[in-house]
Design a binder for this molecule. Sequence first.
Ligand code: ATP
Ligand code: MG
Length: 406
Amino acid sequence: MQPLNLKDKIEKILPSETKKVIYECAKIAHLKDYRIFLVGGVVRDLLLDRNVFDIDITVQGDAIEFCKLLQTETECSIIQIQEDLKTAKVRFENNVTIDFASTRQEEYPQKGHLPVVTKTGCVLSRDVKRRDFTINAIAAALNSDSYGRIIDYAGGIEDLKNKTLRVLHEKSFIDDPSRIIRGLKFSVRLGFELDKKTKQLQDNYLNAPNRDLSRMRIKSELQQTFELNSPAAFDRCVAQKIYKIFTEDANKNIKGQEIFDISAKYKTEIKHLWLVYLGVLFTCKEDAEFFNFEKNEKRLLIDALDMIAENPRTDDLFKVYKFFENKCIESILIFYLVTKNENAMLFLEKLRKFRVETTGEDLINMDFLPGAQFSEIFDLVLKERLEGRVSNKREEIDFIKTLKNS
Ligand code: ATP
Ligand code: MG
């Protein structure tokens, strides 16, 4: 049974420094006649007894004005202001920082693109309508006269009880398809399911996806989702065809568990785990162009796609070495997961440890002239090493001498 008041949860779960700041804000809101609330993820997570990492406070009215009042009445400073959205970030003297947002209404004149704010300072009941799921639309009053009182305009409490994700209106996914990926993220993180109607709306969208959309939010949600390192999130993305948001067709024959297992083996080397999950879905270079990837992210994905296209099957250890040399671990893992070419494992487990010990200086001392010939010599030595004919520097030098004489 959910409590109708969040007071005890705030008391039990939030750190004392955060609570101190919240009480202060509550007191001033009461004195100066502002209504302020916790809304969204904070309330959801407190109700679920989960830890909360950042606190957002919604002000019914103008959040910037409220923060200016806070600044004169308490020891705090406004460190950031966004005039168009009427939001402000405040740092308090105990170093707690809180984001303050004005209640607002949004519209999506261009479906799939960022919304346009049509009004700030509206009543809370209008503000919650712009949110993604009912469980993220629950508010808790913070004013001292009603401190902790839950305000649930959309039926979020009932959905929390039933572990259900329900959108607030029929056009929700058309307005903002990143909500489909948020749904995936929450379903996995919280163990919730989409309600029947919401699933139907998701299927409808995915049957006719709109590719003219803002990709920034989608990328960010995919990153958050796949960073959960959850095989279930990946399997669900495939089974529910969620990939349709960003690609026509995806590799569907890989299991989340395979990605999880192989990534666990190389976890200390992997810097972009989410791109391993995403990259195995990609089938062509346009997929890697779809998002505004950072340069190194894009390189990693393009390398993987090029390697998959080439997919050489060879027993020649030198060729195997050269194929994977200088590729990052993420690209190699994507290649392996898609092709199951065991040479990738041979390289990672064995071949990449081989090193030529002879240096350029050694070659100069042996009267070789610096130039393109050096890399040819190093390659010949590497081949000898990989094939076990030399195993230390002395043997390398002896081998190089035979080259000189031939
Ligand atoms: P998390 O724990 O991942 O931070 P959250 O629910 O707090 O989850 P945020 O991305 O921090 O998510 O967003 C805060 C709130 O803003 C959400 O709870 C939701 O009410 C609203 N929100 C965020 N993204 C969207 C969106 N794409 N569409 C509608 N509402 C959104
Ligand atoms: Mg949040």
